[in-house]
Write a protein that binds this ligand. Structure first.
Ligand SMILES: O=C(O)[C@@H](CO)OP(=O)(O)O
Length: 217
């Protein structure tokens, strides 16, 4: 049975854990992925198990678990929940948490794209705040669906003392972290997330952030 919030040691509530999925088959092949629903690579599966072990060592117990509708995210979450002994916790899947749509770049090798369009342009498409890749979403467009979802469904959970884990994607989580950490468009260009590396936030009763740390390997 899940521990009730009130039974936990002080300081182990109001925790938000954000995790980028483990390495996918297309991360391994260095291809733009976006909304393409590719699976985890063998390494990605191992990374997810390691992330789960680290969260288990932290002694965290989750009340809610969210993932995107893409299998690399919810399969990573499944593995993590198994490792922390909460394999029965339902996963809430939301398309709002899906990766940024990479439009016409999907399926193209990133090195090949740099040769074809120029490294500078590709870097802007990958990391800028408001320039969208052709036919796809900018980080700003991605934030416009991720942040309202977070405010509507996840913030109330945290404010009521629950612990929440969210497994999503490099760019969908960047857009959320930009908001949480109050990063500027300039700062977010230099921010990236490693695969399967949990970022832990503790939230104060008034909903503001008290602490942030990363469980890097
Ligand atoms: O291809 C993608 O969808 C993303 C995540 O792997 O790529 P990037 O990190 O280059 O934004």
């Amino acid at each position: 049975m899940l521990q009730k919030t009130g039974d936990r040691p002080q300081g182990s509530n109001n925790v938000l854990v954000l995790v980028r999925h483990g390495q996918s088959e297309w991360n391994r092949l260095n291809m733009f992925t976006g909304w393409k629903d590719v699976g985890l690579s063998e390494e990605g599966v191992s990374e997810a198990h390691r992330a789960g072990q680290r969260l288990k060592d932290e002694g965290l117990v989750f009340d809610s678990a969210f993932a995107s509708t893409l299998k690399r995210a919810h399969n990573t979450l499944d593995i993590i929940l198994g490792e922390v002994g909460q394999g029965k916790l339902p996963i809430i899947k939301a398309a709002a948490l899906n990766e940024r749509d990479y439009g016409d770049l999907v399926g193209i090798n990133k090195e090949e794209a740099r040769k074809r369009f120029g490294a500078e342009k590709v870097q802007i498409w990958q990391r800028s705040y408001d320039v969208a890749p052709p036919g796809g979403e900018s980080l700003k467009d991605t934030a416009a669906r991720v942040c309202p979802f977070f405010d509507r469904w996840i913030v109330p959970e945290l404010q009521s003392g629950k612990n929440v884990i969210v497994v999503a994607h490099g760019n969908s989580l960047r857009s959320l972290i930009m908001e949480l950490d109050k990063l500027t468009p300039e700062e977010v260009q230099h921010y990236s997330l490693a695969t399967a590396t949990p970022v832990i936030y503790r939230v104060k009763a008034d909903g503001t952030l008290a602490e942030k740390r990363s469980l890097a390997a």
